[in-house]
Design a protein around this ligand. Structure first.
Ligand SMILES: O=C(CO)[C@H](O)[C@H](O)COP(=O)(O)O
Length: 303
């Protein structure tokens, strides 16, 4: 079983490790020569290549190529290169957190060329190597069947933690909403623990509470496990800035809710909380403060 892994970062690198430990021969490329050679030293079934054309020339046909790159321009460039290097019957799996409409487009373009395409949503983060990855993938039946043996190695078990969701685009659509749900759950934990911590009257031990909730509580979950681990180390979080980036899937979930006309107040307020964390509501809040002052003479806090 042979597979190419293009992009050996936090996700792609560990997926290459899990695939090679699971019996696949992994042909790997990353822009970082150090990353490539480290993997080649660590993994017996991993072959490193200094360029994508060299890798594709060495990969037995029909080829299976997994792209694990940032979505957007970098992934688009990789698709363009693959179109020049691959032959009919070869399969591209895109594991990026890509916009599902881009994946529908890729599916149509590649199918027209006789290539196969699978869009794979991958969850599991840095723990995936150890615990397996949760996989939701779209694509035509023959493409999905070609991808399946590799999904079974990557998943937590051959019979669980993966599903073929439907046609091209449906894997990334499913992953988008998985991450939209993730935003809401994270925001709820963050708000709840902020209020527990703020109640000076009770001087609550948030680390102990998070640990307690892990056992049989209705809100027990992996995210809560991560909260408990964090608070065990440090309840104050004084070294951190209250600044939370986002990579796209939360925004796309909210845009989709507008397109569908399905209210998604939890996902949207979780997304807006991240925007606010970057100071993006500062101007609005200053203007609001001035209006309050103008109509009621209320005090304005000045720098
Ligand atoms: O896919 C993931 C987990 O399932 C990513 O870790 C997650 O998408 C990070 O997204 P964001 O930067 O928007 O918080």
């Amino acid at each position: 079983m042979n597979i190419a892994m293009i992009g050996l970062g936090k996700m792609g690198g560990n997926m290459a490790r899990r695939l090679s430990r699971g019996g696949a021969t992994v042909f790997g490329f990353d822009v970082s020569a150090d990353t490539r050679s480290q993997l080649a030293q660590e993994e017996a079934n991993f072959k490193a290549f200094a360029s994508v054309p060299e890798l594709i020339a060495a990969l037995p046909t029909p080829r299976v190529v997994w792209l694990m790159l940032p979505s957007g321009a970098i992934s688009e460039a990789a698709f363009a290169e693959m179109k020049t290097l691959l032959a009919p019957g070869d399969l591209i799996i895109d594991g990026a957190n890509a916009m599902y409409k881009d994946s529908q487009r890729h599916g149509a373009e590649l199918t027209a060329m006789g290539l196969k395409f699978v869009d794979a949503g991958v969850s599991g983060g840095v723990w995936g190597l150890q615990n397996g990855y949760c996989l939701m993938f779209g694509g035509e039946k023959d493409a999905a069947a070609m991808a399946e043996p590799f999904m079974k190695i990557l998943a937590p078990g051959a019979d669980r933690g993966w599903t073929h969701t439907g046609p091209a685009g449906s894997g990334h659509y499913t992953k988008m909403l998985h991450n939209g749900i993730e935003y809401g759950m994270m925001q709820a934990f963050a708000e709840g623990f902020a209020m527990l911590k703020a109640k000076e009257e009770f001087n609550l031990d948030v680390a102990a509470i998070s640990e307690t909730w892990r056992h049989s509580s209705v809100v027990r979950s992996w995210l809560l496990d991560l909260v408990a681990d964090t608070l065990q180390q440090d309840t104050e979080l004084a070294d951190l800035n209250a600044f939370v980036p986002d990579s796209g899937e939360g925004r796309w979930s909210v845009l989709e809710s507008v397109e569908l006309g399905i209210p998604a107040p939890v996902m949207s307020s979780a997304l807006y909380a991240r925007f606010a964390s970057r100071g993006n509501d500062d101007y609005a809040m200053k203007l609001l403060s001035m209006m309050r002052n103008a109509f009621g003479g209320h005090a304005v806090s000045k720098k």
